[in-house]
Design a protein around this ligand. Sequence first.
Ligand SMILES: [Zn+2]
Ligand SMILES: [Zn+2]
Length: 127
Amino acid sequence: MRTHPTADHLYEAVRRRLPRISLGTVYRNLDLLSRDGLINRIEVGGMQKRFDGDTALHYHKRCVSCGRVDDAHVPAAQAAIDAAAKEVTDYHILGHRLEFIGLCPQCAVREKPSEGRPEGDQKGETA
Ligand SMILES: [Zn+2]
Ligand SMILES: [Zn+2]
C-alpha cells in the first residue's frame, strides 16, 4: 500500500480477505512489524498514526483538508542532519521529521471553484 494507511484502514482492507481477524490482531502485528523495522510508523500532524511500507528515509505531504498523505519526492535535508550531528550533542539523535502540508489535488479543486476570477466579481449586482 502506498497510501500510508491508518490501523483502521488496514483493518478494513485485511478484513475483506480474513473476515474473522480482530482489530487487536492487526494492531499487534503492526507493532511487531514496526519494531522489526519492516514498516515505518509515521507521525503526521494531529492524526491517527499511519503506517508506511517504505522504510527508507523519505518525507511526506499531507492534505490539511481530507488528511491524505503521499510521499514527497524531495532530497533528504542533509544540511539539517549534518548540523544536528554537530550541534545537538546533548541528545543522541535518532531521526528527524519534515512534513509538507497543503491541499491535495482534489481538495485544491474543490476549495477554489472560482480561481482566476477577482473577488466580488461573481455576483452581478444589478439593482
Ligand atoms: Zn485533500
Ligand atoms: Zn511514505
